[in-house]
Ligand binder design. Structure first.
Ligand SMILES: Nc1ncnc2c1ncn2[C@@H]1O[C@H](COP(=O)(O)OP(=O)(O)OP(=O)(O)O)[C@@H](O)[C@H]1O
Ligand SMILES: [Mg+2]
Length: 245
């Protein structure tokens, strides 16, 4: 079975979809095979960010309701190492944990990681996603509002996922803001969220144009590579600790 990692956030717009795609590419670069699952019903994003999905016919809900075989809903790159499942429209009645997990189980055999890009918040489909995941990366920008929302989400995550598998990803982290005391420090974010850090991603204007084919900065790709290495169990030093402020 692939490792299922829920990419989630308490607050909307924290960078979940962007992080899911960049992390998928970082894992691919490490020889891993990755299945992305866009779980945001009515607000799908990952087809645009991956370039997959132009000819998509079915969603994971179609597979869960046996309208199609799970393999018919699976979109893949030519080499088959990156897969994508798209979500249904907003007004659809969503499946329960058993039906959704069955769809994942039917297609994840060819992959090492499933990255589940969650909708924002704690309600709706998010509790079901917590039930089917074995790990979580909570994405938060380094500000009090977003980190408090991550902390609230943590209560839900810790109820379903082992504590050591719930990690915080700081997004749009800016060393100069930290030095000017204009954002939360990683230590404060960890303390306030109650989650261990898995990485810090810089603010990178190129990420806003991923759908247009832009590439992240080398420093951004390196930051995601470090997160990928940590997900693979490697002990990678946190560069953030070297910052004096
Ligand atoms: N590190 C970053 N640097 C600069 N811009 C970023 C970064 N991460 C994400 N963004 C931008 O922030 C916006 C929101 O990102 P994204 O759609 O990934 O968030 P989300 O958490 O998936 O949102 P939603 O809650 O709506 O699903 C996008 O315009 C994206 O390009
Ligand atoms: Mg999103």
């Amino acid at each position: 079975m692939a490792k299922r990692i829920l990419i989630c956030s308490g607050k909307g717009g924290a960078g979940k979809s962007t992080a899911a795609v960049c992390l998928a590419h970082a894992l691919l670069a490490r020889g891993q095979r990755v299945l992305l699952i866009d779980c945001d019903a009515g607000l799908r994003t990952l087809d645009l960010l991956t370039g997959l999905g132009a000819e998509a016919v079915y969603t994971w809900l179609d597979a869960a309701e046996s309208v199609c075989a799970p393999s018919d809903a699976l979109l893949k790159t030519e080499d088959g190492r990156l897969g994508l499942l798209l979500p249904p429209p907003a007004d659809a009645a969503l499946p329960d944990e058993t039906a959704f997990s069955a769809v994942l189980g039917a297609v994840e055999g060819d992959f090492d990681f499933c990255l589940l890009d969650a909708p924002a918040g704690l309600a709706g489909f998010v509790p079901t996603l917590c039930c089917v995941s074995n790990a979580a990366v909570a994405v938060a920008t380094p500000d009090a509002v977003c980190v408090r929302a991550a902390s609230a989400l943590g209560a839900l995550l810790f109820a379903h996922i082992p504590e050591q598998e719930v990690r915080l990803l700081l997004n749009r982290f800016d060393y100069f803001q930290l030095r000017a005391h204009e954002c939360l420090s990683p230590d404060s974010a960890v303390t306030q969220s109650g989650m261990r850090l898995i990485g810090a991603i810089p603010d990178d204007p190129h990420l806003r144009r991923l759908a247009e084919g832009d590439r992240p900065l080398a420093s951004t790709r390196a930051a995601f590579a470090r997160v990928a290495a940590r997900l693979l169990g490697e002990d990678v030093e946190f560069k953030v600790k070297k910052v004096r402020c």
